[in-house]
Design a protein around this ligand. Structure first.
Ligand code: KIV
Length: 289
């Protein structure tokens, strides 16, 4: 049975329990108040203020330029629109690469000033010590391995990872290291279904797939991708649920045409004086000076 009604606030223990019960976890990104409200009202369990906001709403050509201040700005707005979902904020590129203390400072800001309930960061074994440090300071961490967009240059583009036995073994070791360090969940991005299934069965913490097949404990997608509000060709794993781009374009075109032809606003869409004020004013202006 779907237990959306049964919990009024998603918590980390509830997410962990979900895996034990074999119940899937639905996650989406959101970067502002209206979309966060809609995602939350739809009963999505985890709302990620991802650094994908850089490409999706800020118009950058990768996630690399996104700053901690930009995440914080969007996190606050999304937080105000969220009641039930667990809010996770992405640590952007550069915020955890220059030292663990700097990473801790940014993560603390996300919780204290932005209302995040957890942070997400990319990388496997090399992030073990950092994840331990954050978890020790009461900051829940979601890991993220596979096709990690912040490593776009090192990976030579957005390429599916774990396609050879060697790289699959590396990812398996990364997944185990993230769990051992204390993360409460792990995003698996852009890896073969078979590998995602093996990792999911080996870990005690839930895996959340994006382009990793159906055998993960949960799924995450970029909201704007599934509602058709991103531009350019979509990835193979993105299922379109709506075409907001066409809907919004058509609405804007209709509005422009109505204004151009004098059809907007109508009399009903205008404010009016009362009858007595009209009469009084007419008398006043028609009186000789
Ligand atoms: O930034 C993001 O939106 C992400 C997810 C899609 C996993 O990292």
């Amino acid at each position: 049975m779907d237990r959306i009604e049964a919990v009024s606030k998603v918590t980390i223990p509830w997410i962990l329990e979900r895996k034990l019960r074999g119940e899937k976890i639905a996650c989406l990104t959101a970067y502002d108040y209206p979309t966060a409200r809609l995602v939350d009202e739809a009963g999505v369990d985890i709302l990620l203020v991802g650094d994908s906001l850089g490409e999706v709403v800020l118009g950058y050509d990768s996630t690399l330029p996104v700053t901690a201040d930009e995440i914080l700005h969007h996190l606050r707005a999304a937080r105000r629109g969220t009641r039930r979902a667990l809010v996770v904020a992405d640590l952007p590129y550069g915020s955890y690469h220059v030292g663990r203390e700097e990473a801790l400072r940014v993560a603390v800001r996300f919780l204290k000033e932005g209302g995040a309930e957890a942070v997400k960061l990319e990388g496997g074994r090399k992030r073990g010590a950092l994840i331990r440090r954050l978890v020790r300071e009461e900051i829940p961490v979601m890991g993220h391995i596979g096709l990690t967009p912040q490593s776009v240059h090192a990976l030579g583009g957005h390429r599916v990872q774990g396609k050879t036995l060697e790289s699959a073994a590396e990812l398996l070791a990364d997944a185990q290291a993230v769990e051992d360090a204390g993360a409460f969940a792990l995003v698996l991005e852009g890896i073969p279904r078979e590998l995602a299934g093996i990792i999911t069965r080996r870990l005690r913490i839930p895996t959340v797939g994006i382009g990793a097949g159906p055998d993960c404990d949960g799924q995450i997608l970029v909201l704007h991708d599934i509602i058709g509000l991103t531009f350019g060709p979509g990835a193979k794993f993105v299922r379109p649920y709506a075409n907001a781009r066409e809907l919004l374009r058509a609405a804007c075109e209709s509005y422009r045409e109505d204004v151009a032809r004098g059809r907007y606003p109508s009399d009903q869409e205008s404010y009016h004086w009362s009858q007595s004020l009209c009469e009084h004013f007419e008398k006043e202006v028609s009186r000789p000076a």
